[in-house]
Write a protein that binds this ligand. Structure first.
Ligand code: GSH
Length: 204
C-alpha cells in the first residue's frame, strides 16, 4: 500500500493527476468511480467530481490544478513544474490556472450544456455549446501564442503541458493550432504521460 489513492474516471481530468503520479514515480492505489453521485464519493468530495487524491499524509484533495501543484510541492525533484521562485515557475502556474478556470469549465459547458441552463429547450443547450466552443477556441489561441515550443516553456515538459494536451483532446479545433499540435505530440512522447493517457482512454 502506497498511501496515495487516486479516485479516477476514464476520459476525465483525473488523467493529469495520474500522469503526475507516474512522472513522480510514486506508487498509488486507484479507485475507479463510474458514478460520482454516491454517498461514499460525495463524502470524499461534496462537489461530486473527479479527480480526487487522498494523500499519504492524510488530506483528501479535489481540484485538478490544486492537486498537481501540491504534488509539485511535495516532490520538487520530479520537476512537475520549474523550480519555485523562478520566472518559469510563475509562468507555468499562471497558464495552469488559466486552463483550470477558463478552458476546463468551457469544456464542461460544451459537453454538458443542459447542466448550465434552467431553460430545457434544445435551442438553449445548443447556444451554450456554441458559445463554449468559441470560448475554448479563443482561449487555446491565447495559450498557443505563449508556447515557446515544443513545450510551453521550451525544451522541458511540465505538468502544465500535460494539462494542455488533456484539454486539447476534448476540443478538436485546439489541435488545428500548430503550436498545440506540436505540444500534444511532444507530451505523448513521455512514457509516464502516455501510460496515463492510454489508461484513461484518451486519444480515442
Ligand atoms: N474544477 C474541477 C473540475 C472537475 C470536473 O468537473 N470533473 C468532471 C469530469 S471531467 C466530473 O467529475 N463530472 C462528474 C461526473 O463525471 O460524474 C477540477 O479541475 O478538478
Amino acid at each position: 500500500m502506497s498511501g496515495y489513492t487516486l479516485y479516477w474516471k476514464p476520459g476525465t481530468g483525473s488523467m493529469v493527476v495520474e500522469a503526475a503520479l507516474r512522472m513522480i514515480g510514486v506508487g498509488f492505489d486507484e479507485v475507479r468511480i463510474d458514478e460520482t453521485a454516491t454517498p461514499d464519493f460525495l463524502a470524499l468530495n461534496p462537489a461530486g467530481r473527479v479527480p480526487v487524491l487522498k494523500l499519504a499524509c492524510g488530506p483528501v484533495l479535489a481540484e485538478s490544478a490544486a492537486i498537481v501543484m501540491t504534488l509539485d510541492d511535495m516532490f520538487p525533484e520530479a520537476r512537475l513544474l520549474p523550480p519555485h521562485g523562478t520566472p518559469a515557475h510563475a509562468t507555468a502556474v499562471q497558464w495552469l490556472v488559466f486552463m483550470a478556470t477558463n478552458i476546463y469549465p468551457a469544456a464542461l459547458r460544451y459537453y454538458y450544456p443542459e447542466r448550465h441552463t434552467v431553460d430545457d429547450s434544445p435551442h438553449a443547450a445548443d447556444s451554450i455549446k456554441q458559445r463554449a466552443a468559441r470560448d475554448m477556441t479563443r482561449d487555446f489561441a491565447q495559450l498557443a501564442s505563449a508556447v515557446q515550443g515544443p513545450f510551453l516553456l521550451g525544451q522541458t515538459i511540465t505538468i502544465t503541458d500535460v494539462y494542455a494536451a488533456m484539454l486539447a483532446d476534448w476540443h478538436d479545433t485546439a489541435r488545428d493550432l500548430p503550436e498545440i499540435a506540436v505540444l500534444v505530440n511532444a507530451v505523448l512522447e513521455n512514457k509516464a504521460v502516455e501510460e496515463a493517457w492510454r489508461h484513461h482512454g484518451f486519444g480515442a
